[in-house]
Design a protein. Structure first.
Lengths: 113, 139
């Protein structure tokens, strides 16, 4: 659905408007993310990636994240990014935010305050 | 188990080095901290550092010694005045570079960022100890 103005030869600006329908998959996560839960986190993200280009994790119920879980999140973010999508984290608690900041993972995973 | 030893409160635990036992050790540590009125960001830092150290044991300590019988993680903690000392020990053959590491290699840097001091030292006859200290302001 595009509405293309007359570009013309006179170098006046023109504007192209288009609608992009992105599929956002919301993944609500509760609990602690560490080496014990790595496999279940990876499986949940794999399934989410199959359904959406944007995977939005609602982390309101996540009380703990360690570097092992961050590795799983990072891998998912990179896979999504490679196909034009992204991984988002919303409702991040202060302790979880702390490790995200410490490891600079927010450069790859979109953390939305 | 937490115990009082000469006025100092201590935690001593030894469990098989499995992924399932990492949260168990973290929860035991959380209980110990709560008993010492260590809460908030300080407690969160301790729990993350302990988890990273225990995860290192599960992922690395016994890889070069698959026949090891005593594949355990030992967790010891002690509060003296405003310093919390936490030791995570294994009985493995020491650290070895691992090109197929399942993690990001962030465990030790994260520990270093969270602790007041951290030492990694070999144990006799074998094993490794990660000795961490934290400044605590118990309420």
């Amino acid at each position: 659905m595009q509405d293309r103005g007359d570009a013309g030869p006179n170098r006046d600006p023109h504007f192209v408007r288009s609608r992009v329908d992105e599929v956002v998959l919301l993944l609500q996560v509760d609990g602690e993310l560490d080496i014990k839960s790595t496999d279940s986190l990876r499986a949940a993200l794999d399934a989410a990636e199959r359904e959406g280009n944007i995977v939005r994790i609602d982390a309101a119920g996540v009380s703990f994240v360690d570097s092992t879980a961050l590795g799983v999140l990072l891998a998912s973010a990179q896979r999504l990014s490679a196909r034009g999508g992204r991984l988002e984290l919303i409702n991040v608690s202060p302790p979880v935010r702390r490790i995200l900041d410490m490891t600079l993972i927010a450069r790859t995973v979109h953390v939305i305050s | 188990m937490a115990a009082v030893n000469g006025g100092r409160v201590e935690l001593q635990l030894s469990v098989p080095a499995t992924a399932d036992n990492v949260p168990l050790l973290r929860h035991a540590m959380a209980g110990f901290l709560e008993g010492q009125s260590v809460i908030g960001e300080t407690a969160a830092d301790v729990l993350l550092a302990v988890t990273e150290a225990c995860t290192n044991v599960v992922q690395h300590a016994y890889r070069s010694d698959p026949a090891a019988v005593d594949r355990h993680i030992e967790l010891a903690a002690e509060c003296v005045d405003s310093i919390l000392e936490v030791a995570v020990r294994d009985l493995g053959r020491g650290f070895a570079p691992r090109v197929d590491s399942p993690g990001l290699g962030l465990g030790l840097p994260v520990i270093a960022a969270l602790t007041r001091t951290v030492e990694i030292r070999p144990l006799t006859p074998h094993g490794t100890e990660v000795l961490m200290t934290f400044a605590i302001d118990a309420g």
